[in-house]
Design a protein around this ligand. Structure first.
Ligand code: MG
Ligand code: MG
Length: 287
């Protein structure tokens, strides 16, 4: 069913299938984070995610999408999004973003994480443990901005309140860190459901256009991309990899979120987003 803006509204049963796809993506990203070590290639990470998805009989969303050749996007350091997995060997201190999508019974889940790689795997939240603490702060700031955008969905009337919440969170984190982060404006979140990318676009910054009214049945991918530099980007000659123009490092976090009659649920978070959203005063709906 589509509203006048051609936004697909999902039934509760359809959202429950999307939840299954979301948990497959969560499993794939968890497996990647558990496996990753210095010296592994981004193609190795892709194989880890591909196996998780294949083992449960789900389908990767990205493989073959407009010709994309892999299951995940792996974007390292100044790469923002859409990095193609390949022979690049990961090093301690790399900022690694992994984006993954999966399809279950025709319904999609889409999620991304970023971590700083340490000697034994992803470093935790202690910024001081990172070779460059500013990278760890960037990763945390971007994740916090994602959760702020998700939390806004719980009470917002209009879509532009999400971008406003994301931008405010990025500014707040920048002030706390004493830096000015650049929000990447050329790439956006999106509606998601029976296709990976659907209307509406979900920008990560303030806009005057209020956008569509938020309604139960909408499912949205909230995915801020933030850099330590200006945030302007270019695409490499592989026609996929998006890098920052100033070579500043960037981070990307994403979750797929459902708006339901009684609240929201984060379909790609194992706990539905309960822990992180409780800290922001938002209760989630159990599916
Ligand atoms: Mg994604
Ligand atoms: Mg997405």
């Amino acid at each position: 069913m589509f509203s006048r803006e051609r936004i697909e509204l999902k039934s509760l049963d359809e959202v429950r299938v999307m939840r299954r796809a979301g948990l497959v993506v969560a499993d794939a990203l968890d497996a990647v984070r558990a496996a990753v070590r210095p010296g592994m290639t981004t193609a190795d990470l892709d194989a880890v995610a591909a196996k998780v998805i294949a083992d449960v009989g789900a389908t990767p969303s990205f493989l073959g999408y407009q010709g994309f050749p892999a299951t995940v996007c792996a974007s390292v350091n100044d790469e923002v999004v859409h990095g193609i997995p390949g022979p690049r060997a990961l090093e301690v201190g790399d900022v690694v973003s992994v984006d993954c999508g999966a399809i279950v019974d025709g319904w999609h889940g889409d999620s991304a994480v970023t971590f700083v790689l340490g000697p034994d795997g992803p470093l935790g939240l202690d910024a001081a443990a990172a070779p460059d603490p500013a990278d760890a702060l960037l990763v945390r700031a971007t994740e916090a901005a994602m959760w702020a955008g998700i939390a806004a969905l719980a009470s917002a009337q209009r879509l532009n309140e999400v971008g406003a919440a994301v931008e405010a969170a990025v500014e707040l984190a920048g002030e706390a860190a004493g830096v000015e982060y650049g929000i990447v404006e050329g790439y956006v979140g999106h509606g998601i459901g029976s296709a990976m990318h659907q209307p509406p676009d979900v920008v990560n910054y303030r806009v005057a256009d209020r956008g569509p009214r938020l309604r139960p049945g909408m499912c949205l991918a909230i995915e801020p991309m933030v850099s330590r530099g200006a945030g302007t980007t270019r695409v490499l000659d592989d026609d996929w990899t998006v890098v920052t123009q100033d070579a500043a490092r960037a981070a990307h976090w994403e979750h797929t979120v459902a708006i339901l009659p009684d609240g929201i649920s984060v379909l790609t978070a194992r706990d539905g987003g309960a822990e992180r959203l409780a800290a922001l005063g938002v209760d989630v709906v159990a599916l």
